[in-house]
Write a new protein. Sequence first.
Length: 204
Amino acid sequence: MRIAAILLVKSPTFLRYRSDWSMPLDIETRFLGLADFEPAAREVLPHAVYEFIAGGAGDEITKRDNEAAFDRIKLRQRLLRDVTRLDTAITLFGQRLPHPIILAPIAYRRLAHPEGEVAAARGAGVAGAVFIVGTTATAAIEDCLAESQSPVWFLLYWQSDRSFNGELVSRMAALGAKAISVTVDLPTPGDRRRQIPGRLQNAR
Ligand SMILES: Cc1cc2nc3c(=O)[nH]c(=O)nc-3n(C[C@H](O)[C@H](O)[C@H](O)COP(=O)(O)O)c2cc1C
């Protein structure tokens, strides 16, 4: 889990929006890699919001493992190939996409920025990435669809009431969601220790 991944697409708007922040605007030079985003977010976000985004569950062992797993992924370099015609496009669920980049569902984006999901949908559209908006969104899917030139998918948090799930999915499909992503790993809320109020106060 990387906070940087979330901020990457929306950060140009994100940083310019708050003119009172004493953040430099030379985005091209300050933000060269994912690791540059997390300290910047720590500076500008309200502390509780930062901990919500950056924190994991329990002792954060899985969070650390996930980060290490990403670091182990290598790109295989193929030499002496014809690179005159490169094509990253794929077809996924019948949709032609310029590349397989999808913005994962992130809850409550407006905690971090007043434009929240709408700005992220706009950024995804510009980058040709699919945007997933969902049950935990803080903006309406209609507004995200209006902003994005790329497909928007709907995230369903599976509920025990199956008819409710069915109604929600039908409604989102009718509005224009091109696929459904289903979250199944949250039968109970996570043990998010960084968000315990006493710990938050002590952390800074
Ligand atoms: C702040 C935050 C909020 C998230 N909210 C959701 C959510 O509402 N629904 C969901 O299915 N996943 C949610 N996720 C999980 C992400 O969609 C993603 O699966 C996870 O962060 C792993 O991908 P990553 O390593 O690229 O961050 C959230 C992750 C973060 C960091």
